[in-house]
Design a protein around this ligand. Structure first.
Ligand SMILES: NC(=O)c1ccc[n+]([C@@H]2O[C@H](COP(=O)([O-])OP(=O)(O)OC[C@H]3O[C@@H](n4cnc5c(N)ncnc54)[C@H](OP(=O)(O)O)[C@@H]3O)[C@@H](O)[C@H]2O)c1
Length: 281
């Protein structure tokens, strides 16, 4: 089985490079090797059975100023990838986000809930999902949330760095979600792709996030507790933390479809955090 992976320098991409290697012949590309904006004939040349696209424009706040770039990478380029996947009959595995929702629902979101993104990044990712669906290629799109990893720019590292330099931290406590480690995501994707025919049962959209729920404040508190750091963490509301992009109050994703189609359920977010912190030392 030939697998082509994009975004190998990213949080999810680097975890996938490790997790997918045992499944077949893996060709993993960074941005230099395969820029999503200039795909050219990279796909038809490599002729993969599976394309795993972990590359994306992920700067949520900057996207408010860089709408064109966000849409070029997350929507137009993804549409082109899907067209090329369709042309060679490859399966396209892609990632999307809880930010396609407005967060107004009280319960966790299911795949059939109507998206209504609050920010440019969410709009661009939704457009990418729709481009894949309308291309007619065989595909699995995993919507995930609050991703962090032992390396990379993420909330966990920001909190650890701030706790060492600031007398106290002020962290938003009115957005709920499930922090999901890149290794947990990659492990689940590898499990799906290891099935004899991953799309025999189903395909399309799946929610893929850690079990349990917390807020950014709860996540920050757990990170500091685990590291034995005593910096106080004050709970604040979203409107006390100015950011360019609006975020949903509820980012929780119901993983029921993933469980029933593939028998996969991710561990609680606290277990994921413990594993990532072990990898950080
Ligand atoms: N991070 C989150 O909290 C979160 C939440 C929900 C969903 N997701 C989704 O999960 C997926 C993986 O996210 P992540 O957290 O792993 O992102 P990440 O760490 O920011 O990595 C993004 C990757 O995409 C690459 N990239 C950006 N523009 C590119 C281009 N034009 N051509 C080729 N590669 C390009 C980056 O390369 P460089 O290293 O060269 O910049 C990097 O390897 C994305 O689809 C994202 O939308 C993420």
């Amino acid at each position: 089985m030939r697998i082509l992976l994009t975004g190998r320098t990213g949080q999810v991409g680097s975890a996938l490079e490790r997790a997918l290697a045992p499944l077949g012949e893996l060709a993993a590309f960074d941005r230099k090797g395969l820029d999503l904006q200039f795909i050219g004939n990279a796909i038809s040349k490599a002729k993969p059975d599976i394309i795993v696209n972990a590359a994306a424009y992920t700067a949520v706040d900057r996207a408010e100023q860089e709408k064109e770039l966000a849409f070029a990478v997350n929507a137009a380029a993804v549409g082109e990838l899907a067209r090329q996947a369709k042309a060679i009959g490859a399966l396209l595995v892609h990632f999307s986000t809880d930010f396609v929702f407005d967060g107004e629902k009280a319960a966790p979101y299911v795949e059939t809930d109507t998206p209504n993104p609050l920010n440019v990044y969410g709009q661009s990712k939704l457009e990418g999902e729709r481009a894949i669906a309308s291309s007619g290629c065989r595909h699995v799109v995993f919507r995930t949330s609050w991703v962090y990893a032992p390396r990379g720019r993420n909330f966990m590292h920001a909190i650890l760095a701030a706790a060492k330099t600031k007398p106290e931290l002020r962290v938003v406590d009115d957005q709920r979600g499930a922090p999901t480690s890149s290794d947990a995501i990659a492990g689940a994707v590898a499990q799906v792709l290891a099935k004899p025919d991953p799309l025999k049962k189903a395909g399309g959209l799946y929610h893929l996030s850690a079990s349990g729920a917390t807020t950014w404040h709860g996540f920050a508190t757990a990170i500091l507790e685990a590291k034995g750091l005593k910096t106080p963490v004050l709970a604040i509301r979203s409107n006390e933390y100015p950011a360019a992009a609006r975020r949903p109050k509820n980012s929780l994703l119901d993983n029921g479809r993933l469980r029933s189609d593939f028998g996969i359920a991710l561990a609680d977010w606290r277990e994921g955090l413990a594993a990532v912190l072990r990898a950080v030392h």
